[in-house]
Design a protein around this ligand. Structure first.
Ligand SMILES: Nc1ncnc2c1ncn2[C@@H]1O[C@H](COP(=O)(O)OP(=O)(O)OP(=O)(O)O)[C@@H](O)[C@H]1O
Ligand SMILES: O=C(CO)[C@H](O)[C@H](O)COP(=O)(O)O
Length: 337
């Protein structure tokens, strides 16, 4: 991007480490393209490096280890279309590297532990999502990744999760009340006493009454529906698939919840589910399924995490188009007056 964008749309993606933020961002790149989107990892606003945190006895999740004033100033500047010199937190060395120049794109995504923590930063967001992974599932994912790819032992992974829990509960988890959409990942209800955590129950919690955000729904808006789609049009092996849709209350907000428990055997058959969903913000019939099929290999593609990540991505695209479109219309009106 060389020229200053007319309107920068700011998106927040929140979640703990290892909760699927990178996977979600890869799906967003499919929708927006790398040219249109700048991603800022908020780890870069750690004010204490790894050694200093150890000395001070605080985790990276603690606000004391982060510079929210600088985060606010720089995010605001990007939203105003200005360049910034962003610090860099180096995860390999645990130190803070010299800053880098960041130019704004039409879409700026801030992702990490604290996109909605500071009220000033939160107010700047045009759309936000919180990835809420249940502890049991988080442990299973982290163990799979950190043991296979990072050489950690089972005990190391468990100890790391436990040591972060108090600060996670105090500073990260409460942000979900501010999100426009929450993707909640839970153990399945379909297998009694499941310990494998391969089959998941995934809920998409969509805030009602947010300007320009029309929650997706199943069959009939506002009704409560339980649906077993398995049969002639959807192949399901054990333990099957159950879907649910209905209104609910979440942190004193009225929300619309969509839920998928189970796994898709054949991803191309998700078109059957898609054809019963409304307000998906797709541009053509089957776009949601097509986007899912584009990256079968991403973790979660065969369950509700993939489906809802794509759906939230489509909602972000609709927000972007609405804001850019309305700004363009306002500019045209100003010229004609
Ligand atoms: N939907 C999913 N289903 C199953 N496993 C998943 C899913 N999403 C993520 N994972 C697992 O969790 C790991 C972390 O995912 P990802 O890298 O997207 O998370 P992250 O939040 O960006 O992590 P970090 O901040 O630590 O880099 C993946 O390698 C994968 O093993
Ligand atoms: O929660 C995290 C976000 O990714 C990291 O633990 C945090 O950024 C500190 O990084 P490191 O463990 O590499 O020092």
């Amino acid at each position: 991007m060389t020229s200053k964008p007319d309107r920068v749309v700011l998106i927040g993606v929140a979640g703990d480490s290892g909760c699927g933020k990178s996977t979600f961002l890869r799906r967003l790149t499919d929708l927006f393209g790398e040219e249109t989107m700048t991603v800022i990892c908020l780890d870069d606003y750690h004010s204490l490096d790894r050694k200093q945190r150890k000395v001070a006895g605080v985790t990276a999740l603690n606000p004391k280890a982060n510079n929210f004033d600088l985060m606010y100033e720089q995010v605001k500047a990007l939203k105003n279309g200005e360049e910034i010199m962003k610090p860099i937190y180096n995860h390999e060395t645990g130190m803070i590297d010299p800053p880098e120049l960041i130019k704004p794109s039409p879409i700026v995504v801030i992702e990490g532990l604290h996109p909605m923590y500071d009220e000033r930063v939160r107010e700047l967001l045009d759309f936000s999502v919180y990835l809420d992974i249940d502890d049991e599932v988080k442990i299973a994912w982290k163990i799979q990744r950190d043991m296979a790819e990072r050489g950690h032992s089972y005990e190391d992974v468990l100890a790391a999760i436990n040591s972060r829990r108090p600060d996670f509960n105090a500073y990260i988890d409460p942000q979900k009340q501010y999100a426009d959409a929450v993707i909640q990942v839970l153990p399945t209800n379909l297998i009694p006493n499941d310990t494998e955590r391969k089959v998941l129950r995934v809920r998409l919690i969509q805030k009602d009454g947010v300007e320009g955000f029309e929650p997706a729904y199943l069959f009939d808006e506002g009704s409560t529906i339980d649906w077993i789609p398995c049969g002639r049009k959807l192949t399901c092996s054990y333990p099957g698939i159950k879907m649910h849709y209905g209104p609910d209350n979440y942190y004193n907000n009225s929300v619309s919840v969509l839920e998928v428990d189970g796994q898709f055997d054949r991803l191309e058959e998700v078109i059957y589910i898609e054809s019963h969903l409304s307000n998906t913000s797709t541009k053509f019939y089957g776009e949601l399924t097509e986007l899912l099929l584009k990256h079968k290999e991403y973790p979660g593609s065969a369950n509700g995490t993939g489906l809802f990540q794509v759906l939230v991505g489509l909602k972000m695209r609709a927000t972007y188009e609405r804001l850019v479109g309305s700004e363009a219309k306002m500019a045209a009106k100003a010229v004609s007056n």
